[in-house]
Design a protein around this ligand. Sequence first.
Ligand code: AMP
Ligand code: MG
Length: 394
Amino acid sequence: MTEKPLDIAGAQAVIAKHCRRLPSSPVAVDEALGLVLDEAVVAAGDVPGTANSAMDGFAAQPSAAGTRLTIVGESRAGHPSETVVAAGEAVRISTGATMPQGATAVAPIEVVEESDDTVTLVQELTEAANVRMAGEDLRAGDEVLGAGRELGPAEIGIAVAAGRATLNCTRRVRVAIVATGDELRKPGEPLKPGELHDSNLTTLQAMARQAGAEVVSAAHVGDDRDATEAAFAQALKAADVVVCSGGVSVGPHDHVKGALIGLGVEQHFWRVALRPGRPTWFGSREGRLVFGLPGNPVSAMVTFLLFVAPALRALQGRRALESSAAVLGESIGRHPKRDECVRVRVVDREAFATGPQGSHILSSMTLADALAVIPRGEGSLDAGSPIELLALEP
Ligand code: AMP
Ligand code: MG
């Protein structure tokens, strides 16, 4: 535990030390997007299972241009033909349909002349033309995905093709969100003077889902010590990670730290040498992580991206996102003591600030495609200076 502000990397290192990968469980393939495999997937059979046609056309033996073939049957997708194809014969065939016995090539519909029950080949039909061989994609017994793979749409598709309906994956991280503040009203509610809509509760849920988490609760609580403690007690029951916004500074109505300490959550750090996001708090209790993010909407988003999202990824066994390199398109003033995350638009690898950078100015976040990290220091960082970029979306 330390009261001295850490820098961004120092705070991330403290968090990483407390991230243990969650246990795995079988997950239905249609729930597995974004999860990480905890087993190898092996093909149950050949894919494709049989030789089949790559085109709509006619299956036959290799024949010279001008050959006239008698149509003796049809093979449709899912309905193979029983007919054995002899020389001078053809079976009408659809894309993906199994090749009938005897036939080893397919003349596409576009290169035959059809009349009644015959077709004439306009071009020579060569051996294996337009035929997909059994096992061309996967062979029975092939390892198609290794343990540790992150499941995207293609990985899920190939697991299904390999015969799987469920996959053993590191389970989705469960997140509870708590927004604090007497001034906050639900989306759409009318506002009295001094009130504002609670945007963080919704935005933080969206960010948690974008990082692959399951949001198990989202609650608003006023600036009251007992109510704050009750909200955290509830959140800690169901969640692996609790993310709170607001009430984490030193004001007389900021109850987050006191409530968490009261519940036995151990503080690992409070304050990061960062703008926006200085008052960020991090602690844990029995392996459950708690993040107290500042209430200003941009501060909450920036600190979620820097600290919460990497933790959610690590708990789910996902690799860390890498930053990318760019250069400043314009000169940007530096903060003497804090590294600053500036909302930027990136054009041809050059980063330009999106406008006013106050931590309450969410509109300049909506114009941004990345955060540029401006290291602390005197004066300004000149146009052309190399900088690190953090993507706003995973
Ligand atoms: P706090 O961190 O509680 O001192 O709040 C700092 C600023 O952020 C105040 O202006 C709050 O009104 C604003 N704020 C706090 N929570 C939210 C929220 N959930 N949604 C939008 N703004 C908020
Ligand atoms: Mg507040």
